[in-house]
Design a protein around this ligand. Structure first.
Ligand code: TRP
Length: 333
């Protein structure tokens, strides 16, 4: 059976953009594959961060992911499996410096980091894709559900695996592939030309755990037409509301409202109402499960520590083999 691995950074809130863009898909994959989902706290250190808050943020994301429906046995926090960093170091020595310099995410994020931290850009940010390769290869995962923005990192991962295999003369690592699924483009309702995102501020994302009235209010104030409407072209705001409706699984309402739109008879208030109720219907049961989890955090923590321990034995086995293959001293676990 294929092993799937994906990672999510414990930064920012869990909003509908991340839910429709990744997490909903993660849940479905659990039905078919051996899935491992990692809250990547080591990665969250590569951008300016508040020391001391990492752990709290990671656990909060764990609770949220469990509330959404990620199975506890599939979920762990990266730093509970410190072998990721050990393999990461070894893989640094199989990663091409030249290739790393071409990572576009590094270029984007390094300028963000410079702005946020008075010119500071960490080496961690630079070598981050190699740690990501370790996250994947340590479980010999073959499929990686990610967005298009991670394509370059996946290609790097394959190159590292290939170089390792060539150097040691054995097909040790399988070459992982990105698993793209059709994911809706979810834009900010306050500015439908930008992606829904945690980093742009509250009004640019709708929190999955927001109370229902807040969700309704955010949708009610969504931008529709900006005054520069072009005859026969759907405005980005209206298009985004339709995408949200479809993402929320409201296909019948989507079809009928689209017919109204085409007939020039769509009332934006109706569209907004239907979108808001669609989102609320998703969020309510999730919020209820979150409340149950929050009532017994200790039990949940123990459960995740146990999954991390089980997952760790898999990681340790790979690191043991890798050290053996490259000729490093071997410690018995
Ligand atoms: N780099 C990914 C992101 O920014 C997160 C990530 C870390 C990841 N390790 C991973 C994704 C391993 C897939 C597999 O979204």
């Amino acid at each position: 059976m294929d092993t799937i691995l994906s990672g999510i950074q414990p930064t920012g809130n869990l909003h509908f953009g991340r839910y429709f863009g990744a997490i909903q898909n993660w849940m479905q994959l659990q039905e078919t594959y051996d899935c491992l989902y990692c809250v990547v706290d080591y990665h969250a250190m590569t951008m300016p961060f508040v020391p001391g808050k990492l752990r709290e943020n990671s656990w909060e994301l764990v609770y949220n992911l469990l509330a959404v429906g990620i199975k506890p046995e599939n979920l762990f926090i990266q730093s509970l499996v410190p072998e990721h960093t050990e393999l990461g170091w070894i893989l640094n020595c199989f990663a091409s410096y030249g290739q790393l310099t071409r990572m576009t995410q590094f270029k984007d994020k390094s300028s963000q980091s410079e702005e946020q931290a008075e010119g500071f850009v960490s080496v961690g940010l630079y070598t981050y894709p190699v740690l990501q390769a370790a996250d994947i290869l340590i479980y010999k995962a073959t499929k990686v559900p990610v967005g298009k923005d991670q394509e370059q990192h996946l290609e790097l991962t394959r190159n590292i695996a290939q170089r390792f295999n060539n150097e040691i003369g054995k097909e040790f690592f399988a070459l992982p592939e990105a698993l793209y699924t059709e994911i809706p483009k979810v834009m900010s309702t306050a500015d439908p030309l930008r992606k829904m995102s945690a980093s742009q501020g509250e009004k640019h994302n709708i929190d999955l755990f927001a109370d229902s009235d807040r969700i309704r209010k955010q949708i009610r104030s969504a931008v529709t037409d900006t005054g520069e409407a072009v005859e026969g072209v759907m405005s980005p705001g209206v298009e985004n509301l339709f995408s949200l409706l479809r993402a929320a699984g409201q296909t019948a309402a989507y079809d009928s409202l689209l017919l109204d739109y085409q007939a020039g008879a769509l009332k934006y208030a109706d569209l907004k109402y239907t979108v808001a109720e669609g989102l609320v219907a998703i969020s309510e049961p999730i919020r209820e499960r979150k409340a149950a989890i929050a009532a017994d955090k200790k039990a949940v923590k123990n459960q995740i520590k146990a999954s991390a321990a089980a997952i760790r034995t898999r990681a340790q086995e790979t690191v043991r083999e890798v050290k053996e293959l490259v000729g490093l001293a071997n410690v018995k676990f």
